[in-house]
Design a protein around this ligand. Structure first.
Ligand SMILES: NC(=O)c1ccc[n+]([C@@H]2O[C@H](COP(=O)([O-])OP(=O)(O)OC[C@H]3O[C@@H](n4cnc5c(N)ncnc54)[C@H](OP(=O)(O)O)[C@@H]3O)[C@@H](O)[C@H]2O)c1
Length: 253
């Protein structure tokens, strides 16, 4: 078996109803994952992801708002009983808002941090418990180049993505004793609904400026998903506490 294979692994993915999370689900399945537990709010869109998976992959879904779900541990426990203990987690659920500072409010920071940061680390807390985790596990948090490079209108979003990288690094230290590796992935612009919404919001001229800053053009969801598959696989068994930048050269300038 290739060390890049996800054979025998059960992987939980948030944000699986769209964009990068959907692509992560498909690529985990294509790379031999035994089972997937997929989480999102939109049942219809999540079902579309399920239809894209290889028939051999067992799949369970959880329809939930991860920011308002008091029984999330119970729901995850039920699914673990069915498909087995977890050996991988990708936190893809995220929201993005591009707004001038004068439009930033405490509520905006709260909303963005609730999905992008707190929910991911709370799920990691559940998945680090012995009763749910396999002997070895790997957690991947989707951050963004916005966590490293300044962008106008992104104060709250960038702050949340910086928090993802630094939180994941500390989690890597804390969970190494439990045989859990923790890493983040920082993409630049990727062709997904979140990007379409942002381009609608900032207008044609600003969108073109952003596109010009990507030497290899904007990315496709599978460019990010492939990096996640690597980090989940045993090929990355010595990789923890790192932030893998997948940005078509955006931050190299
Ligand atoms: N696309 C880019 O250019 C880009 C670049 C850098 C980083 N990222 C990051 O990559 C991640 C995925 O982005 P994407 O482009 O794939 O976005 P997307 O297509 O808009 O997908 C976002 C996903 O998050 C889920 N989600 C949002 N709020 C949720 C909540 N409260 N509870 C449960 N699920 C929730 C959505 O599912 P439901 O609506 O069904 O709940 C959806 O599946 C995000 O963290 C984003 O910040 C994206």
């Amino acid at each position: 078996m290739s060390s890049f294979s996800l054979q025998d692994k059960t992987i939980l993915i948030t944000g699986a109803s769209s964009g990068i999370g959907r692509s992560c689900s498909v690529e985990c399945s294509n790379n031999g994952a035994a089972a997937l537990i997929l989480i999102a709010r939109n049942e219809e869109e999540l079902q579309k992801t399920v239809m894209m998976l290889a028939p051999a992959t067992k799949v369970e879904t959880i329809i939930a708002d991860i920011t308002h779900c008091e029984n999330l541990e119970e729901l995850i426990a039920e699914k673990v009983d069915i498909v087995g203990k977890i050996s991988g987690f990708i936190h893809c659920a995220g929201i993005e808002k591009t707004l001038p500072l004068k439009k930033h409010t405490p509520q905006l920071y709260n909303d963005i941090f609730a999905v992008n940061v707190i929910s991911g680390f709370e799920i990691a807390k559940i998945l680090s418990l012995k009763k749910y985790k396999n002997e070895k596990s790997s957690f991947v948090f989707i951050s963004s180049v916005a966590g490293m490079v300044g962008e106008i209108g992104k104060t709250a979003y960038s702050a949340s993505k910086g928090a993802v990288v630094s939180g994941a690094r500390s989690l890597a230290m804390e969970l190494s004793r439990s045989n859990i590796r923790v890493n983040s992935v920082s993409p630049a612009m990727v062709n997904t609904p979140i990007l379409e919404k942002m381009f609608d919001n900032i207008g044609e001229e600003a969108s073109q400026e952003i596109l010009k800053k990507h030497p290899l053009g904007i990315g496709e969801p599978e460019d990010v998903a492939n990096a996640c598959v690597f980090l989940l696989s045993d090929a990355a068994k010595w990789v923890t506490g790192s932030n893998l930048v997948i940005d078509g050269g955006y931050s190299a300038q």
